[in-house]
Write a protein that binds this ligand. Structure first.
Ligand code: CTP
Length: 319
């Protein structure tokens, strides 16, 4: 019986980041990658011991009521009250109930997507997951347009929508939300206290303008469960990134998982510069002590899964 080897012994402390992309060579898209169905099923089963994406993707209406007090996951001493708006937007049943897809795309936000031409390929997948309301329209050739689920960390409202300081920014966010057109909007509302108001603003906007999105708010245990799974497999992540969370959830309802835009390194495989995000000027921050993420370590784990056929990573151009 083949072992699932997710990680070796690479310690973040000994990573030489200067030339790190050299260590992560991935064969071009057309190479001999083959999906390993047996391994994918085994991984799904292992992850199910820690979490169930069908349930943990969102808190449901039946489990909370307005006024309930929630302790933030990363700021246990801080609490929030479940507002009437949040309550109204909680789904009654899981947006993933009984869902199964032949192929799923998870689109990370790395600049490696630029000039990849991957848009059409991404759009052929049965279910497409995107992160942090990243723009698609202007980048369709490289990132595609199809969106079935998109995440929104509250910090996005500050970073990409100027904290809705005026009507112009409110309108921009509203247009972006309208463009989601019935897809799932996944908002980690209970992670850290800093996002409280931003989540409330978005909730209010959705209700006031009857935006056609299916909101979902991840369960309180999701993050620790995901971390637990990866720790058990010797991937010592501090705080899983959105991309890793999405992969972990997707194993439950996707037969084949294709990752695009995962490349947390400033140089590509040919040593050309790569933007941190394909759409903005944010700089590489994961090397700083303050960053909660350990993206290169996550990448190493994903690459190992790619080599074993459990997922497919595309880090260059699409055919
Ligand atoms: N990602 C990547 N390489 C990059 C940028 C992003 O692999 N250069 C992947 C990560 O898995 C990340 C996902 O794409 O989680 C989405 O990117 P981003 O919006 O930057 O997500 P987070 O870093 O998780 O968001 P935050 O900074 O709000 O925690």
């Amino acid at each position: 019986r083949a072992e699932v080897v997710i990680n070796g012994s690479l310690s973040p402390a000994v990573v030489d980041r200067s030339n790190e992309s050299m260590k992560h060579t991935i064969q071009p898209a057309s190479s001999t990658w083959r999906h390993n169905q047996t391994l994918s099923l085994r991984i799904r089963k292992q992850i199910l011991k820690f979490l169930d994406a069908e349930k943990d993707i969102s808190v449901l209406k039946g489990t909370l009521k307005p006024g309930d007090i929630i302790h933030y996951i990363f700021d246990r001493d801080s609490t929030m009250n479940v507002s009437q708006n949040l309550y109204e937007l909680l789904p009654r049943t899981s947006p993933l109930k009984n869902k199964h897809f032949r192929t799923c795309a998870i689109v990370g936000n790395s600049g490696v997507l630029l000039n990849s031409g991957c848009g059409p390929e991404i759009d052929t997948h049965s279910f497409v997951i995107r992160c942090n309301l990243a723009p698609v329209q202007e980048y369709a050739r490289d990132v595609g347009l199809k969106t079935d689920l998109v995440t929104m960390n509250p910090s996005v409202i500050q970073r990409a929508f100027e904290d809705l300081v005026n009507a112009t920014w409110r309108e921009k966010l509203l247009q972006r939300l309208h463009s989601l057109n019935g897809s799932i909007l996944w908002i980690p509302a209970f992670m850290a206290r800093g996002g409280k108001e931003r989540v409330e603003w978005v909730n209010e906007l959705i209700l006031k303008h009857r935006v056609n999105v299916r909101t979902a708010y991840p369960s309180l245990r999701l993050l620790h469960a995901v971390r637990g799974y990866w720790l058990t497999n010797k991937v010592h992540i501090k705080r899983p990134t959105t991309g890793l969370l999405m992969y972990t959830l997707a194993t439950r309802f996707c037969n084949q998982i294709y990752l695009y835009g995962f490349w947390p390194f400033p140089l590509d495989q040919n040593q050309n510069p790569v933007k941190y995000h394909y759409y903005d000027s944010l700089k590489y921050g994961y090397t700083s002590q303050a960053s909660p993420h350990t993206m290169p370590l996550e990448f190493k784990a994903l690459k190992s899964l790619h080599e074993q056929g459990a997922l497919k990573l595309t880090v260059g151009q699409c055919d």
